[in-house]
Design a protein around this ligand. Structure first.
Ligand code: ZN
Length: 353
């Protein structure tokens, strides 16, 4: 029986708290121990942004006293300015002045900053992802499981390659890797479709190729060592492939489109989807569209079963109920809303197989 495990932010976040909620405080407390970042252009611009837009003096205040906007708010207003071709005072889009496009730079800085925080926050989740993959591996279930994730971190990636004879099928071809070959014996290609991108992918917009930076996180290198992050072929600056949690999701990158296509193909074939740490938020209309398509367009829609694993000890009855309603109103009675936490499911994944 083919199964998809769909992971959202809750499967990666420390202590199940959404990382985004406290992302900026987290970031600035990390940065205060890193003089090389404090002296960077990026740091100057990001602090200037918080001062100008939100009246927050990050440099001289106690971080605990500050009230930061959410990541969606901070990036969302810049995204909307770009879409409308408008500007904010002292923060412009590109124009004839050489130092223009402060907004464009800020958007990139905010995305990289999020990558840096996520990279430091993996901690205990590493063990859970390892357990999940190990548990499925021991029962021989990895071959019939497709993983689909909205997370950019490498927790699941690391867990999969730690399994003997397992490699990852990301659904795309990398410029610096041999094409995936199903003919090679004794290698199990585990499907892992990262629909919002990954910290170990770097894209060259000139050559239109994507590079896998293997275990090293190429996106973090962009932040720390920009001089060594050029495309090897054409020397252009490489770009991260990351769709940040914002209202206007740009998923036009050709490789990302391929990942979405592969995810749809895989979901079409499964009999069961297990959502883990995913809250089915109203903002995720692309994901809702994808799930509705594969539910409606299959030969036998009634045969698809859906499980939700998103409980945690401090979760209120109210948020459990409203989440359950969100799932059921959109996907119908087939939704089995379980009491399981991601920890419990990872410890014994076959309980839902
Ligand atoms: Zn290039």
């Amino acid at each position: 029986m083919k199964t998809a495990i769909f992971l959202g932010g809750g499967a990666s976040a420390a202590a199940m708290a959404p990382v985004q909620a406290d992302l900026f405080r987290e970031y600035f407390s990390l940065v205060r121990q890193r003089p090389e970042i404090i002296n960077s252009e990026m740091y100057r611009e990001v602090t200037a942004y918080f001062a100008a837009f939100f009246g927050i003096d990050v440099i001289n205040s106690k971080l605990d006293d500050l009230l930061f906007p959410t990541f969606e708010e901070a990036l969302g207003i810049l995204d909307l300015a770009v879409r409308r071709r408008e500007a904010f005072k002292k923060f412009d889009l590109e124009n004839v002045s050489k130092n223009s496009n402060r907004i464009g730079f800020l958007r990139q800085y905010l995305v990289l900053l999020m990558a840096a925080v996520l990279d430091c926050k993996s901690g205990d989740r590493r063990r859970l992802h390892r357990k999940l993959v190990e548990g499925l591996g021991q029962k021989g279930l990895l071959a019939e499981t497709s993983f689909i994730t909205t997370n950019y971190d490498l927790l699941l990636d690391d867990a999969i390659v730690s399994e003997a004879a397992c490699k990852i099928d990301y659904g795309i071809e990398f410029f610096n890797k041999k094409p995936l070959n199903n003919e090679v014996k004794n290698v199990l290609w585990v499907k892992l479709y990262k629909i919002h991108g990954s910290l170990n992918w770097l894209y060259c917009p000139a050559c239109n190729v994507i590079r896998l930076t293997a275990k090293e996180k190429g996106v973090v290198r962009l932040l720390e060592d920009i001089k060594n992050s050029d495309c090897e072929q054409c020397k252009s600056v490489m770009l991260p492939v990351i769709v940040p949690p914002t209202f206007f999701k740009d998923m036009s990158n050709a490789f990302l489109s391929m990942v979405w296509y592969k995810a749809e193909q895989a979901l079409m074939e499964v009999d069961k989807i297990i959502f883990c740490g995913y809250s089915f938020s109203d903002a995720d209309i692309h994901i809702k569209y994808l799930i509705k398509r594969i539910q409606t367009n299959r030969l036998n829609p009634a045969a698809l079963s859906i499980y939700v694993v998103n409980n945690y000890p401090t979760k209120s009855e109210h948020s459990r109920n409203s989440e359950k309603r969100r799932y059921k109103r959109f996907l119908g009675r087939v939704v089995n809303y379980t009491d399981l936490s991601f920890e419990e499911f990872a410890a014994n994944p076959t309980c839902l197989y």
